[in-house]
Design a binder for this molecule. Structure first.
Ligand code: AMP
Length: 286
């Protein structure tokens, strides 16, 4: 496995990789969820590249950029064992020299909801870094997790709008056996916080079942979701529910009633750790 640290090195390595290159952009602190993207990339392309870069421009001033975990040796070992062909490991100064961080991409509708509201500037930072990484790594396929559902929708929109010659693949959310969606931020959780965090997947699964039984009314489903997140938890852990929303699967705009399918998304702070998760709601024949 080759580790490229500069853009020039990365371009040279990439040039030797041939046409079929799968790409998994990450911020490191890798877990099984990231590795499931690597496996998908290896199924779809001859070679696979992973980037590990904690992108400063997607963190707000009060967010966890400086304390974000950076276990780089473990990450490289996991990549090697997963059969990754090359890792791009740049520094912020390589990615953002001079004015590069001032260039922004915006999608008003997709940025104007959910995490776009609660994390101003976040998706502009994501688009900035992903656009640059695509131009440096030149992948034919790139794998992203449905765990970051809004991010995936925005990347798809960006690739379409700017004609990036890359196929975007959305991969299922990888979960711990008890349902908690895997996240690099889960390592911040204490035992009691982790128990409380189970409310997120459990309430999402509960409304998925309710929808599957035929409930189409979003007000009813949203109320069940909110109750599941906030009620009946005998726990000293403080939570801050930022949103529990049911939206159109493509536009992410609010809906009143589910025709065929919808997406339910949650962002909740558990203690000081902000967690997100989502599920697809599909109406059964109720
Ligand atoms: P991150 O390192 O958090 O920026 O994530 C890098 C990529 O891994 C993104 O495409 C995420 O959506 C994806 N990812 C993170 N957690 C999971 C998970 N639990 N299951 C599947 N994909 C994930």
């Amino acid at each position: 496995m080759i580790v490229a640290k500069s853009i020039a090195e990365c371009r040279a390595v990439r040039a030797a990789m041939g046409d079929s290159l799968g790409f998994v952009p990450t911020m490191g602190a890798l877990h099984e969820g990231h590795l499931s993207l690597v496996h998908e990339s290896k199924r779809r392309a001859t070679k696979t590249a992973v980037s590990i870069f904690v992108n400063p421009t997607q963190f707000g001033p009060k967010e966890d950029f400086s304390k974000y975990p950076r276990p780089i040796d473990e990450d490289l070992l996991m990549c090697r064992e997963a059969g990754v062909d090359f890792v791009f490991l740049p520094e912020p100064i390589d990615i953002y020299p001079t004015d590069a961080a001032k260039m922004t991409i915006e999608f008003p509708e997709l940025f104007g909801v959910l995490d776009g509201v609660h994390r101003p500037g976040h998706f502009a930072g994501v688009c900035q870094v992903v656009a640059k990484l695509f131009n440096i790594v030149l992948p034919s396929v790139a794998c992203f997790g449905q765990k970051d559902y809004q991010q995936l929708a925005i990347i798809r929109a960006m690739v379409k709008a700017l004609d990036f010659p890359v196929e975007i693949v959305g991969c299922p959310t990888h979960r711990d056996p008890d349902g908690l969606a895997m996240s690099s931020r889960n390592r911040y959780l204490s035992t009691s916080e982790r128990d409380r965090a189970l409310a997120i997947s459990r309430s999402l699964f509960a409304i998925r079942d309710t929808a599957a039984r035929g409930q189409r009314d979003v007000v009813v489903l949203a109320k069940q979701l909110q109750d599941g997140l906030l009620d009946g938890w005998q726990s000293p852990v403080k939570v801050d529910l930022q949103y529990g929303a049911i939206v159109d699967v493509d536009t992410l705009q609010p809906i009143d009633r589910i025709d065929h399918a919808a997406q339910a998304l949650v962002a909740m702070k558990v203690g000081s750790t902000r967690l997100i998760d989502n599920v697809r709601l599909t109406i059964g024949h109720g």
